[in-house]
Design a protein around this ligand. Structure first.
Ligand code: SF4
Length: 74
């Protein structure tokens, strides 16, 4: 799992719980956004975590969020 304290995670503002996103710093965050509905998320529906290409070799929380969030289309 990605540690939110890891420097890459910090640089992206990654949090394991989307609701903990730093909204003063990341104005793009909107309620409902989470890794599980991000275009970059590689986990399967229903799983607690999955791969994200921004964190090679690690898993992000399905409920997580980072500033590179991009809404999954379709
Ligand atoms: Fe989560 Fe998407 Fe950020 Fe990856 S890019 S950590 S899936 S919000």
């Amino acid at each position: 799992m990605v540690d939110p304290k890891d420097p890459v995670a910090q640089g992206l503002g990654y949090v394991a719980e989307a609701a903990q996103a730093d909204t003063s710093k990341y104005k793009t965050y909107a309620a409902g956004q989470a890794c599980s509905n991000c275009a970059l998320y590689g986990g399967k529906a229903g799983e607690a975590a999955g791969p994200c290409p921004l964190f090679a070799g690690k898993h992000v929380s399905a409920k997580g969020w980072c500033s590179a969030y991009a809404k999954k289309v379709g």
